[in-house]
Design a protein around this ligand. Sequence first.
Ligand SMILES: CC[C@H](C(=O)O)C(=O)SCCNC(=O)CCNC(=O)[C@H](O)C(C)(C)COP(=O)(O)OP(=O)(O)OC[C@H]1O[C@@H](n2cnc3c(N)ncnc32)[C@H](O)[C@@H]1OP(=O)(O)O
Ligand SMILES: [Co+2]
Length: 133
Amino acid sequence: MNKVEHIGIAVSSMENSIALFEKLLNTPCYKQEKVESEAVNTAFFQTGQTKIELLEALNEQSPVAKFLAKKGEGIHHIAFEVADIKAEMKRLQAEGFVLLNEAPKRGADNKWVCFLHPKNTNGVLVELCQDAG
Ligand SMILES: CC[C@H](C(=O)O)C(=O)SCCNC(=O)CCNC(=O)[C@H](O)C(C)(C)COP(=O)(O)OP(=O)(O)OC[C@H]1O[C@@H](n2cnc3c(N)ncnc32)[C@H](O)[C@@H]1OP(=O)(O)O
Ligand SMILES: [Co+2]
């Protein structure tokens, strides 16, 4: 795990939260991107070596909609940058972590991603990210 690539934050209104985080971080949102496969709209802020990723549900089936209904707005996941996501997935599976997707899938911001179930990570949803080149 090279570094924290981003911290994912679940929000109810992307428009309101972009305005809030632009004030808080004193930096503009550098990208908004819909990830249909995850039923999320994302917005990114660069904060030094890491990023903030705001997440808004695109529909009621979105994992973010379920999270918001259950827990409300707040930190949703921590993403770690890895050099070789397939090797990391193999290593983590061998260590007993439950992978939520068997193969790397396309994430936002030009990444390959994989998620680990929070039941094996002290209740923290963990995402692995590798640059898709
Ligand atoms: C990929 C695009 C973008 C990127 O960075 O590129 C993203 O990050 S997209 C982010 C949205 N996508 C995901 O979150 C995909 C992975 N998530 C899942 O597969 C599900 O959300 C899952 C399996 C974590 C939970 O889904 P489930 O249907 O099982 O929901 P439950 O409410 O029944 O949850 C079961 C259990 O897990 C706890 N939980 C759920 N979400 C989280 C979370 N974000 N952090 C910590 N814990 C979480 C939930 O409280 C339940 O625990 P329990 O003790 O039973 O209450
Ligand atoms: Co993420």
